[in-house]
Ligand binder design. Sequence first.
Ligand SMILES: Cc1ncc(COP(=O)(O)O)c(C=O)c1O
Length: 366
Amino acid sequence: MNTYKRNLYLEKGNGSYVYDINGKKYLDLIGGIATCSVGHSNPEIVKVINEQSNKLITASNLFCSKSQELLAKKLSELSGLNKCFFSNSGTEAVEAAIKLVRKHSNKKIIAMKNSFHGRTFGSLSATWNPKFKNNFEPLLPGFVHVDFNNIKALKKEIDNKTAAVIIEPIQGEAGIIIPSEGYLKEVESLCKKNNVLLIIDEIQTGNGRTGKYFYYQHENVKPDIVTLAKGLANGFPIGVTISDLDFEPGDHGSTFGGNDFCCNVALKTIDIIEELLPGVEEKGDYFTSKLSEIKSSKIKEIRGKGLMIAVEFFEEVEPIVKKCLENGLLINKVQKKVIRFLPSLTISIEEIDTGIEILKGAIKDD
Ligand SMILES: Cc1ncc(COP(=O)(O)O)c(C=O)c1O
């Protein structure tokens, strides 16, 4: 169906590079929109894929799975929360979070203006942008939106009729909007004070993207529910909702969710991410410092945390993105005037330099 505007056919990848059907090579700074966390065709991942596909893909959730239990244990250790529900995408991870809240309370859920949580009805109701929602009403009732990075706005809305707050610690789709330091901690304490559940959507910020496995670890925050997807299995579809809260049998489910294949790929992906974690902030700082060296009156702001980086321009970025594509660089226009970079965490300094050179040329030429 007509859901995406696109025309480039890609057919293979290797590390930070992808190739189109004519053999043209591109440096990929989009990373499958943060899904390709440890590089295209990563040999360690390929090995697990080969081994596991020879063993078992799925026998359904009618049966127990050691792989699923191992992954749940690992995610519990990483998150500090005890239970996992596995699904197949980010939006499903958010749906499960909303159902978990509703199971415990039917009071309102506070979301943030400019947020993005997915496209299914529950997640869409938590999402802000009216452009995504207008044609699909009625949505799920019980959601209100307040200004992001404005603790006073949240304070005004949160009350004894509130069940939960859902928040992206950095708003990715809005253009990598980073709140002031301490904001998330203040959100946490407001939730605690009002006996309200805190859902942190780590679908884009998680899996090591910002230099810690979960963004909230930078701010020493403890959420009640965490959602994760994208880079968890290096591009294989998987989502997870992590919490100390629980469902009962029959409350929720997913045929594919937590299948042996994805869980094994995710376990290996996490191993590799953990090895890469110490270098993520350093690489991100190098990337942003190189961006800052670009002398152009077109650039308004550079912002980023780890390898989640954006450049905001004074003008529309479509021509720059097009020029980069012609010159073998994939970058993402996340807003009309904002370019986003979400490269694989395996990206090298040389690859960052290559990307910056192509980008510099495109900014100058357009
Ligand atoms: C923060 C956040 N939540 C949820 C989603 C939805 O994930 P998916 O597209 O896998 O359903 C996204 C996707 O961009 C996201 O960035």
